[in-house]
Design a protein around this ligand. Structure first.
Ligand SMILES: O=C(O)c1cc(C(=O)O)c2c(n1)C(=O)C(=O)c1cc(C(=O)O)[nH]c1-2
Length: 258
């Protein structure tokens, strides 16, 4: 793919000559994209309705681990490409959220560790998760597309691509609300990752959205480009969910391998 190609590039080209949308309308158009968020993917609707088996939930956690470890690498690529110190100062927090940190007397294990604990709470071993032996090949391609995007694109594009987080608090809350009833065998401590993300995602998105509205708000063509980028990222998440869904259907047919 050429650096400037996006599967939905037509949007940016069609509207190049028109005046920019107002800040409110631009934000509304970004938020409208929530209709294709992966919360609507069948694997997530089944999950929220309590229709996944333990083996299927395990596969979901094991595959999603790839996304968890990719996020700080993606964010490190944004930092590496960004010459703006103010932006880097805020953005670096995202890496610490996932990798954790140890400062004098205080240790924060971080989101990747919390995800491993979630894996253990659904009955996987640490080795099952970190070895990535349960990961579907197509999940790897989907996650890799996101990291590659952040590595090769202007950092402003990569910032806009993180805006699926606009919709993430809702899906985290949905899991916190529905899992205890539907999957009572999962220990409550295992859900800590989702609790932590409620605040972290809201803070991230306030920063990412402000930047996107300012920077991409400068012209209609840039606004349309931001919408294309958000669609690309929604497609990454949808493709990841497709890959996991297919693998969990195989488990249903053949019985779990793990
Ligand atoms: O569980 C989810 O459905 C979900 C979705 C997303 C997202 O929308 O990209 C993120 C997360 N979780 C998440 O936990 C997370 O830390 C995160 C970071 C980012 C990003 O693009 O920088 N997205 C997401």
């Amino acid at each position: 793919m050429k650096p400037d190609d996006l599967p939905t590039q037509h949007l940016a080209l069609d509207h190049a000559a028109e005046p920019p949308l107002s800040r409110e309308d631009f934000e509304a158009r970004l938020r409208e994209k929530g209709t294709s968020y992966h919360i609507h993917h069948p694997i997530h609707t089944m999950m929220a309705e309590g229709r996944l088996t333990q083996g299927q939930l395990q596969r979901w956690v094991a595959n999603r681990y790839l996304y968890q470890v990719a996020i700080p690498v993606k964010d490190a690529n944004i930092l590496a490409n960004c010459p703006d110190r103010e932006i880097r100062r805020e953005w670096i927090q995202r890496i610490l959220d996932h990798d954790g940190r140890s400062t004098e007397g205080e240790r924060d294990e971080g989101g990747i560790e919390a995800w491993i604990r979630l894996g253990e709470a659904v009955g996987l071993s640490r080795e099952d998760i970190v070895s990535e032996r349960l990961v579907a090949p197509a999940a790897r391609f989907a996650v890799d597309a996101y990291v590659t995007f952040a590595r090769n694109r202007p950092w402003q594009d990569a910032v806009a691509s993180s805006l699926t987080e606009l919709f993430a608090p809702h899906i985290h809350q949905q899991r916190l609300d529905t899992w205890p009833d539907h999957y009572p065998w999962i220990r409550s401590e295992g859900l800590q990752y989702f609790r932590n993300r409620l605040t972290q995602a809201r803070r991230d998105v306030a920063h990412g959205l402000r930047f996107t509205l300012d920077y991409f708000g400068q012209s209609r063509a840039l606004q349309m480009r931001a919408l294309d980028i958000l669609q690309f990222k929604l497609d990454v998440l949808w493709a990841l969910a497709d890959a996991i869904m297919l693998q969990t259907c195989e488990i249903e047919i053949k019985g779990p391998k793990a």
